[in-house]
Write a protein that binds this ligand. Sequence first.
Ligand code: UD1
Ligand code: CA
Length: 453
Amino acid sequence: MKALDIVILAAGKGERMVSEKPKVLHEVMGKPMIDYVVKAAQGLEPSKIIVVTGHGRERVEAHLNDGSVVCVVQQDQKGTAHALITSAQHLGDGDILVLYGDVPLIELATLQGFLSFYEDGRHITFMTTDVIDPKGYGRVITVGDDIIKIKEEIDASPEEKEIREINTGICIIPRESFDYLKEINAENKKGEYYLTDICKVARNKGDVVKAYRHGVASEVLGINSRKEQTEANKIMKQRVLERHMKNGVSFLDNNVYIGSDVEIGKDTTIFPNCYIIGKTIIGERVTIGPNVVIRDSVIHSNVNIEGFVVMEGVELMEEVKVGPFSRLRAEAVIEKGAQIGNFVEVKKSCVGENSKVNHLAYIGDAHIGKGVNIGAGTITCNYDGVKKHKTIIEDNVFIGSNTEIVAPVTIGKDAVIGAGSTITKNVPDDVLAISRVQQKHIKGYRRKKKCVE
Ligand code: UD1
Ligand code: CA
């Protein structure tokens, strides 16, 4: 195929979102919608991807700063045709595929089908689809495959409003027809330069404009409002679940939210109400849930996560057990076979192989060796009000319940800490350290008390 440039329109204000945030940065299943469009565009391997920015451009451009796209600014948002003209300075000699930043569910295979249809005659082509409720979309007036005109909702007559074939926004323009855009006027109710009016200009010149009818309307949903965003979330959620199911992942029901970039290995089972998002990678034969939240984490194979666990920025090695009711925060690394139990919080710490932190503990800024047992109620006191300090617990240490470890401190290997101790000094290897008040027995105490009363 001939060279191709892709222009993604993303300058609009998105007023119907009622938001401070530029519309194309609003998320669908945890990822800004523009990212989906850019990814689909990249799949076509074009010569260039140009993103037209405008409203909130600093934020949009900062988001798209990995060098894979060129951004061009549309100072005033005078309509989709005007936006496309703005990209002229960056166009090469390839034909121009236009995608909309607010149509994020489009799939690469669909775009490939669209391009091969176009290749047949190389006419200006719009992707259209039939919808049950066409409200808000441009209505496509056709004779056979030829588009006569596209009428925006606001300008459409009552009869035209009945038409259910709508413009998806996706279109392709042969390089030599790009100049048609300059002849588009803004004589419509919104006073905007509509890209869809290229149909009129082309036909006046005796050129034809084609409709490529796509059968899956849900894939070309345009997101203008929060309601449509929720609709897109639902569609994307189901799409992601189906992809994982195909790859051998089980879900007890559909009420699971998995971000589109999450990877999951086969024979993993996910219970209801889990929310797994960001750059998360999950291995094989993992069990998760119910009600587990996982963000940006790596979970190796054969891990078992019980219900109500929340984790972010964490790595769990093979055969780890976590939960129920644990919280693992950034930079927690749980080594092979270790166990983190209920009401345990771990932050910026490594818990060594086969170590156990099973009940009601806080482990922060700590390095825990192998085979360590941390008793219930143990706290690493890592913060002195100004600075964070580190706790080192070497291999095979046994920490009795309700111990406070005031960092910075090191507990040598094989040491035992008596329950209820407050450890403020380094503990040598292989000793019992105990720092609690001796138990006293006071005889006749209750009798004496009664006399006083
Ligand atoms: C547009 C189409 C409509 C189609 C629908 C599909 C036009 C005139 N209308 O309507 O036929 O059915 O999409 O979803 O094209 N944008 C700019 N600069 C502008 C205006 C818009 O970059 O000056 C961008 C927006 O950021 C958005 C896209 O173009 O990504 C579409 O604009 P929007 O205002 O959402 O158009 P719709 O009313 O949805
Ligand atoms: Ca739109």
